[in-house]
Design a binder for this molecule. Structure first.
Ligand code: GDG
Length: 487
């Protein structure tokens, strides 16, 4: 997601105004780690990306507010407006970025919430900074929210804010959406501050996860730690109820389709194929360079298939875009070294002069270039060990408007619940992963087309605007019901 400090750009900011959205009947306040804008030579402009495009027009029509960090620790920034939206910067010092963001959030929570793929750091000075920053967000929200507003808080950096805000303001309705998985209790219970986190989240009226599994994991944690009563999707707290549920996020489908259909994209796609030496099959990976994404696994599977002769370097070429992310965190530095060593080894062994077998880009590319790559990719490899949703899989499904592309998708990505026409695979099983690549590459043309059409139909059923409308719709209904009960 884009409000996170390190997520790459995902679209065209000029399109932000083009979305017409459902107009909520109450003032809306959003809180996310990052404000939805970035500073350019022309001043502040909306950040690219589906989430911002879905939420900003809605805020504009309701005179809404967004509370978040500006991304700049060096100077205090006063509240400002962009396109009629009230933006309230929360100051975060350079030391807090290290402790609260890189430390507790990305070196503590991130690995734990992704199946403990790496060892988490649990450090009380990082926790103290997390509490302090969460408190600052709650205070800012309490002062920014108009009476009876709906406040929607995003993601793992801000899990304490719901309870803190409820203590400051009883009139507002509070929602929270977790963009990453909520782990099974056996893992979650390792966290020294597990009870505080669950209490924090229970400050919500509505608590949303990507998958039903996140919902049930959270309910189990709340029962184990706080002995709460839970009936289906409702948890009883002493003074309020928390509704819990799955709200799978999506992308701006129309925008991706339109970009994919453009002449410039078609031309760029042909150019990319030619530059790669017109191979028979282009295998494609697009990820932040994160150890959760399974980039190394897929490189190893590719190498094993070249080694066994099931893939041929003259006919099969791989493109891996690995976007720089969280470069200050050690696990990310290690992951980068491992991946770059693998790419070097595989290229050393199988490339020919002028024709590397893996084209590796450690860069953030413009979104239109990604769309051209999606169109050019014959086998799209999305193989995370664990992923909240994975928007790359959804973007590929929407962008591959013709051609014979096949999506190979990890069962451990939230997107696997919906994109059932992908070749689903357990990426922990290296033989199954190799087989999935062969199955996708050799699939009969008719089946490829049927699956591609199936994916497009699935992705068209829900876009990011529908996701936001649905979440806010439930919150507004619960606010209306509460008002009616108080009348
Ligand atoms: C978190 C959860 C959940 C990637 N490289 C470039 C680029 N990207 C864009 C993609 C896509 C986005 O970044 C990545 O989204 P993901 O969903 O794959 O992953 P996370 O960043 O881990 O996001 C995830 C998401 O939140 C939303 O709830 O799905 O599970 O981990 O949009 O296109 N964009 C550009 N250049 C790149 O090089 N422009």
């Amino acid at each position: 997601m884009n409000p996170d400090t390190d997520t790459p750009d995902t679209g065209n900011p000029d399109d932000a105004a083009a979305v017409t959205s459902h107009t909520p009947s109450r003032p809306i306040v959003i809180a996310a780690n990052r404000l939805p804008v970035m500073r350019t030579d022309e001043g502040w402009v909306p950040s690219p990306g589906g989430l911002v495009r879905a939420l900003l027009p809605m805020l504009r029509t309701t005179g809404g507010t967004w509370v978040g960090w500006s991304g700049d620790s060096s100077a205090a920034i006063d509240p400002f407006h962009v396109d009629g939206v009230d933006l309230r910067p929360v100051p975060i010092s350079a030391e807090e970025v290290e402790l609260y963001y890189e430390g507790f959030s990305n070196d503590g929570l991130w690995p734990l919430y992704h199946d403990a793929l790496r060892e988490s750091t649990y450090d009380s000075s990082q926790w103290d900074a997390y509490v302090a920053v969460n408190e600052r967000f709650a205070v800012e929200l309490a002062s920014a929210a108009p009476p009876n507003a709906v406040v929607w808080i995003h993601d793992y950096q801000l899990q304490l804010v719901p309870k803190m805000l409820r203590e400051l303001r009883t009139d507002v309705t509070i929602g929270f959406f977790l963009h990453i998985p909520f782990p099974p209790y056996e893992l979650f219970s390792r966290l020294p501050w597990r009870t505080e986190i669950v209490e924090g989240l229970l400050g919500c009226d509505l608590l949303g996860f990507q998958r039903p599994m996140g919902t049930s994991n959270f309910i189990t944690a709340a029962q184990q730690l706080l002995n709460v009563d839970a009936h289906h999707d409702v948890i009883e707290n002493p003074d309020h109820r928390t509704r819990v549920g799955a709200f799978p996020i999506s992308i701006d489908v129309a925008d991706v389709e339109e970009m994919a259909a453009g002449r410039a994209t078609r031309q760029r796609m042909s150019q990319i194929r030619a530059r790669l030496g017109d191979p028979e099959v282009i295998l494609l990976g697009v990820d932040r360079l994160d150890y959760t994404k399974g980039i190394g696994l897929r490189l190893k599977a590719f190498a094993a298939l070249l080694e066994s002769g099931q893939l041929d370097p003259e006919r099969h070429v791989m493109v891996q875009v690995a976007t720089p992310t969280r470069e200050a965190v050690e696990h990310y530095q290690d992951e980068r070294h491992q991946i770059e060593r693998l790419v070097g080894e595989i290229n050393g062994r199988y490339s020919r002069i002028g024709l590397p077998v893996i084209h590796y880009l450690y860069q953030s590319l413009p979104f239109d270039e990604l769309i051209a790559l999606y169109r050019a990719g014959d086998v799209m490899l999305v193989t995370p060990f664990r992923d909240g949703m994975n928007l790359v899989a959804k973007e590929y499904a929407a962008a591959h408007i013709d051609g014979d592309g096949v999506l190979v998708l990890s069962e451990f990505a939230g997107a696997a619940d919906e994109l059932t026409d992908a070749v689903l695979v357990n990426p922990h099983d290296d033989e199954a992963l190799q087989q999935a690549i062969i199955t996708a590459g050799e699939m009969h043309r008719r089946e490829r087309r049927e699956r591609r059409e199936g994916l497009r139909n699935q992705i068209r059923k829900s876009d990011v605007q529908g996701w936001a409308d649905r979440f806010l719709g439930v919150m507004i209904a619960s606010a209306d019901a509460r008002d009616a009960a108080n009348d």
